[in-house]
Design a protein around this ligand. Structure first.
Ligand code: MV4
Length: 500
């Protein structure tokens, strides 16, 4: 049985903090790593020890396997948690960790490798009886082969990168004349992004939903913890996630869940993972890919199923059984997550940078604020623009929407532009409230992306900022308390003006 007392977290920000907390609850010491930009980061202060691994640029720090392994050695860590992003889905990293005699807190490297190659994954899923989108099950060797397959599938078709994922190296083709160009473009983009130009073809599905299933596998069994609805996205970046999905009945949950469990079992999966599906309007569903890591949106599942997924990762890596004993389990209530990013709706959603001059996080029953930043922190362009995840749970979807609206009312971030207002517009939208969103929702609803002139709100924020700064300099009353007074006052005023 693997044994370790100290866990190195090969990540930063909110997910590093999330993992550190789980380590402490499970009785493990947590070792942080940090770049030049993160010397004073929250994850560094929360850990029991911290090691500097290089400059701000990820390729010189958080992506350096040698520096991470050296920090693990120096700290006496016996296990490594990769978080999400960075090296979390690199089979070579999992292997290097194991080679160094450490426990990788994630799936076996062979499972990462099998799922990383999309055509290999398709072949394995077909063999395991998991439905995949109609298409080819190996990389294309020439345009004539592509032409014949596309004619057989019927247009529109989708060209995808074999090494792909996340939408890179992907092209929709609506007619035969466009096929050759799309193949070239997709291959070039795949070569550039993944160093692998292989592409394959699938039938293009119109307006599906993006539904993903949470998998949990220990040495004895593989189970699923239901689905997350992830259709609300913009340019392959998820914006808001929910559990459960309004589109998934108990019957469909059993069917898709069974397919997800088969998919995981087919690659010898261990730990937590996610099977992504496209769900068509007629109820048919197709396996897309498997994410072999803990995901950003895992908290909605934790709320709906009452399970701590990072704790389960730690247990399974240590050779212990998962805590889930009664299964299948039904979801309880409804959870929603809003990703709060430093992206400016007034500037084409480009990342906004600067010092966070004031941050007030929402709180209250069944409100969770997962963040790696606080007042005074600098937001740079080196890392992901996600500042925090705001997650709520309530007895049903309408109540969860109202709770999220209330929590967003409490949230104050001054100093960088954020997408907070977009979340407000989305939650208030009748089509969203009816649960009608598919993956093209935000493309169709550009009105939601447009900033509405809101002079009173801008003024409110400016006053809060000025007061916070003024208080910092002159007052004996803590700046935070005084700014909260101001935010509360102007928040109420805003509501009377109908600014919600
Ligand atoms: C598709 C598709 C339609 N038809 N495949 C995008 C990222 C990658 N994981 C797979 N993706 C898609 N594959 C077929 N055959 C539409 C998408 C897609 C998408 C999928 C999930 C979530 C958001 C998306 C946004 C645009 C396109």
């Amino acid at each position: 049985m693997p044994s370790f007392r100290r866990v190195l977290i090969a990540n930063r920000g909110e997910i590093a903090l999330r993992v550190i907390r789980a380590c402490h609850e499970e009785g493990y010491q947590a070792v942080a790593v940090y770049s030049d930009a993160d010397r004073t980061g929250a994850h560094v202060r929360a850990a029991d020890a911290a090691y500097h691994i290089g400059p701000a640029r990820p390729s010189e720090s958080y992506l350096r396997i040698d520096a991470l392994l050296e920090a693990a050695r120096a700290s006496g860590a016996g296990a490594v948690h990769p978080g999400y992003g960075f090296l979390s889905e690199r089979a070579a990293f999992a292997e290097a960790v194991e080679q160094a005699g450490l426990v990788f807190i994630g799936p076996p490297s062979a499972a990462i490798r099998a799922m990383g190659d999309k055509t290999e994954a398709r072949r394995r899923m077909l063999a395991a009886g998991v439905p995949v989108v109609p298409g080819g099950d190996s990389a294309l060797s020439d345009p004539a082969e592509a032409r014949a397959l596309a004619d057989q599938l019927g247009y529109p078709v989708m060209v995808k990168a074999s090494a792909g994922g996340g939408g890179r190296g992907m092209r929709m083709v609506s007619q035969p004349a466009m096929l050759a160009g799309a193949l070239r473009a997709a291959a070039a983009e795949a070569e550039k992004s993944f160093g692998d130009a292989r592409v394959y073809l699938e039938k293009f599905l119109e307006r599906p939903r993006h539904i993903e299933f949470q998998i949990l596998a220990d040495f004895a069994k593989t189970v699923h913890l239901g689905e997350r609805e992830c259709s609300i996205q913009r340019r392959h970046q998820k914006l808001l996630e929910e559990a459960p999905s309004v589109a998934v009945s108990p019957q469909l949950r059993r069917e898709m869940g069974t397919a997800a469990v088969s998919a995981a079992a087919a690659v010898g999966y261990r730990g937590v993972g996610t099977c992504e599906f496209l769900l068509a309007a007629d109820g048919s569903f197709y396996f897309l890919e498997m994410n072999t890591r803990i995901q950003v949106e895992h908290p909605v599942t934790e709320f709906a199923y009452g399970v701590d997924l990072v704790r389960e990762q730690l247990r399974i890596a240590a050779g212990k059984p998962m805590t889930v004993s009664e299964w299948p389990m039904a979801p309880r209530g409804h959870a929603i997550e809003c990703r709060i990013t430093s992206e400016d709706p007034a500037n084409g959603f480009l990342p906004s940078t600067g010092r966070i001059r004031y941050l007030r996080a929402p709180s209250g029953p069944e409100v969770r604020w997962d963040s790696g930043v606080e007042t005074g922190d600098e937001v740079t362009l080196y890392y992901d623009s996600m500042l925090a995840k705001l997650v709520v749970h309530a007895e049903d979807r309408p109540a969860a929407i109202r709770r999220m609206q209330r929590a967003l009312d409490e949230l104050v971030i001054v100093g960088v532009a954020t997408n907070q207002s977009l979340h407000r517009r989305l939650l208030a939208d009748p089509e969203f409230q009816r649960g009608e969103a598919d993956i093209q929702f935000l493309e169709r609803r550009e009105d939601l992306l447009a900033v509405r002139p809101d002079a009173a709100r801008s003024r409110r924020i400016a006053i809060v900022a000025a007061m916070a700064e003024e208080e910092r300099r002159h007052s004996s009353k803590p700046a935070v308390a005084r700014a909260e007074d101001a935010a509360g006052e102007w928040g109420r005023a805003g509501r009377h003006e109908g600014l919600r």
